[in-house]
Structures are given as structure tokens and as C-alpha cells.
Design a binder for this molecule. Structure first.
Ligand SMILES: [Mg+2]
Length: 178
């Protein structure tokens, strides 16, 4: 079985990293706690006039490399890889200057060189073949009908989706049955 695993919000904790950086940089500004997030895109949970402050952080140098791992994710990836073919499948920002190299550096740092060879960067995950895609995005669409089943990585901002199986790194074993 080929299992594709998304990166941000699934193994690299984009939301926690961004919120911590936002609170440090703008201690005077109101923020949205993670459990109150309702939109997949963080910008959409903030008023228009604050969105540029968030973008400056996540487009900036060092942000992607600084993201903490999602708790449990690295251990589960290693265990899953011993039984299945696992690839990391991530969509980089279109403003890619820092995001793309830092995604490689992050994977190398936390998982090692063997996982750098398992890193797929694409703007369209539907053209990547696999059996399962674990992704926190409510809908993953592209130019074609995907070969994989989208299993949602459960996050506060995707709770409205009821049509898909969902998992976390705490209950993945029961959901995937492997
Ligand atoms: Mg994601």
C-alpha cells in the first residue's frame, strides 16, 4: 500500500508555529486560539487588516524550518514505513523562496536523508498515485480524479467535514487497520 502523508498540519505543526510566532511578534494584537479556528486558511480566521501580519511571518526566512513536529507524527511515520510505502506529499507556497528549501531541511533534520528521498512537492496531489492520502485540508482537488482515498487528519478547522474517515496520530491504528 502507498500512503501519502501531507506535511503542514499533519507532521509539521504550521498552526502552532504560526500562532507562537504571531504572539511573540505582535503581543498587543488579538489572536485566535487554535481550538477556535474554523477556516482551513488561517488568514480567513483573522480580519482583513491583520492578514498581512500573518503572511509576513509564514513567508519569512526561517519560519518553515522552525515548525515543531506534530506530536507523535515522527514515530508513526517511522513505524508505518516499516510496513507500507510512505511518502510525504506537500504543496509549497507559491512564494516559495524560503518554504521549499526549508521543507527539505525540516525533513532532513527530523527524519533524515532516507525521508528526503520520500518528499514529494506538488501543487496538485491528484496526479500523485497512492492508496491513501492523509491530509488536514477539507477538500483536496486537482485536474484529475485521485487514485487515493483522502483520510482527513483531524484538526479544529476541519470538523465540519463529515463525509470522510478521519484520524490523528493517536488513533491511526484503528482507522487504518495496519
Ligand atoms: Mg496540510
Amino acid at each position: 500500500m502507498i500512503i501519502l502523508v501531507d506535511m503542514d498540519g499533519v507532521i509539521a505543526d504550521f498552526e502552532t508555529g504560526l500562532l507562537n510566532r504571531f504572539k511573540e511578534t505582535h503581543p498587543d494584537k488579538q489572536y485566535v486560539p487554535l481550538e477556535k479556528r474554523t477556516n482551513f486558511y488561517v488568514d480567513e480566521d483573522y480580519p482583513e487588516e491583520m492578514r498581512n501580519l500573518l503572511r509576513e511571518i509564514y513567508r519569512g526566512k526561517g519560519f518553515y524550518f522552525s515548525l515543531p513536529p506534530v506530536p507523535g507524527s515522527l514515530e508513526v511515520l517511522t513505524e508505518l514505513q516499516s510496513q507500507e510505502e510512505v511518502f510525504i506529499c506537500t504543496s509549497p507556497l507559491s512564494i516559495y523562496e524560503h518554504c521549499v528549501p526549508e521543507k527539505y531541511q525540516w525533513v532532513d533534520h527530523y527524519l533524515g536523508k532516507s525521508w528526503v528521498r520520500r518528499l514529494i512537492l506538488t501543487k496538485d496531489k491528484t496526479v500523485v498515485r497512492g492508496d491513501i492520502l492523509i491530509d488536514d485540508r477539507p477538500e483536496v482537488t486537482g485536474i484529475t480524479s485521485p487514485s487515493w482515498e483522502h483520510v482527513l487528519y483531524s484538526q479544529p478547522y476541519n470538523q465540519q467535514v463529515s463525509s470522510k474517515r478521519r484520524l490523528t496520530w493517536q488513533d491511526w491504528r484503528e482507522v487504518l487497520k495496519c
